[in-house]
Each structure stands twice: as structure tokens, then as C-alpha cells.
Design a protein around this ligand. Structure first.
Ligand code: PNS
Length: 163
């Protein structure tokens, strides 16, 4: 039984994340999509909302579990007996941060392996930050995020500035 963890902020999940989840699910028996709770950056969505949106967007992917975690990723990975952690690599600009994080995690735990997966080319430019910015400025984001996320973004921004 091969288990992988796909950790992130997922504020919110976009189609590039979903693409990596689908690719990861083909490589292992169980993929735990894990929302990190102890991030300093304040998000648009609460951690529970992010978990729920990921659940709604990944129901069709076999072997997916959705969770959130506090504390270090290496400790969560050990608790879940994960064989590897998956991270998406979009462009060279991601590489330095990802490389540093992978090596630091391996420094914290010998057992820790990071697998990098590239999303398909059509998602290579996507980021949650840009999706939020476009949605806030009333641009269309339906092409960039799964339907439940598009609906949730519209509702969230409507709450923030009801007309
Ligand atoms: O989607 P993100 O923001 O790029 O994800 C970053 C994340 C959540 C994977 C990273 O910040 C993380 O692992 N946080 C958990 C705390 C931790 O283990 N920090 C040490 C990393 S070297």
C-alpha cells in the first residue's frame, strides 16, 4: 500500500492542484491532500472551507483523502506512514523554494522523500494568489478552478462587498 501526501495552503484549490492530485493518484494507492493549518499568511478561505472544497472537487479521484494538519509536515507524514510527499513544480521559479523545502524536510527526517510532479502545460501559469486577484477584480475564473471553488469564490466575494 503506497501512501503519498500532497500538502499545501490550497487557498483555494485550482485546476493545477487538481491535475497534480490526479497524476499523484495514479502513482499510489492513497493520496492525502493535506491543508497546512499553521501558516502565518491569512487566507480568504478558512481551513475547514478549504478542506470541504477539496473534498467536493476530488470526489471523482480514486484513493483521495482530504485532511488538515498542524505542526511540521515531517511529523504528519510520519503519523500517516506516508512513503512520499508530492509537490507540484510549475516553472523554474518554483524550483529554489521547493528544493530548499525538500532538503530541509529531509534534514528533519531521514525517511522523508519528496516527489515533484509537473501539471499539464495548460495549468502551468496558475496560482491561487492570481485566481483570487482576478476574482476580486470581477474577472472570470471558471476556467481556472473546479466548479465548487468557482461558486465558493463568488459567494465569498459577494459577502465581502454586497451590492
Ligand atoms: O501551498 P504552499 O503554501 O506552497 O505549501 C507550503 C507547505 C504548506 C507545504 C509548507 O509551508 C509546509 O510544509 N508547512 C508545514 C510546516 C512545516 O513543516 N514547515 C517546514 C517546511 S521546511
Amino acid at each position: 500500500m503506497r501512501t503519498a501526501i500532497y500538502p499545501g495552503s490550497f487557498d483555494p484549490l485550482h485546476n493545477g492542484h487538481l491535475d497534480v492530485i490526479e497524476r499523484g493518484a495514479r502513482l499510489c494507492d492513497k493520496i492525502i491532500v493535506a491543508v497546512a493549518r499553521n501558516l502565518s499568511k491569512e487566507g480568504l478561505f478558512s481551513f475547514d472551507e478549504r478542506v470541504e472544497l477539496i473534498r467536493e472537487a476530488t470526489w471523482h479521484v480514486k484513493g483521495v483523502e482530504v485532511a488538515s494538519f498542524d505542526g511540521l509536515l515531517v511529523d504528519f507524514a510520519a503519523r500517516e506512514k506516508a512513503d512520499a510527499v508530492i509537490r507540484g513544480l510549475r516553472a523554474i521559479s518554483d524550483f529554489e523554494y521547493e528544493f530548499q523545502m525538500a532538503l530541509m524536510n529531509r534534514e528533519l527526517s531521514d525517511e522523508f522523500e519528496t516527489i515533484f510532479l509537473m501539471p499539464s502545460q495548460e495549468h502551468i501559469f496558475l496560482s491561487s494568489r492570481m485566481v483570487k486577484e482576478i476574482a476580486k477584480l470581477e474577472g472570470k475564473v471558471d476556467r481556472f478552478v473546479p466548479p465548487p471553488v468557482a461558486g465558493a469564490l463568488a459567494r465569498k466575494l459577494q459577502q465581502a462587498s454586497p451590492s
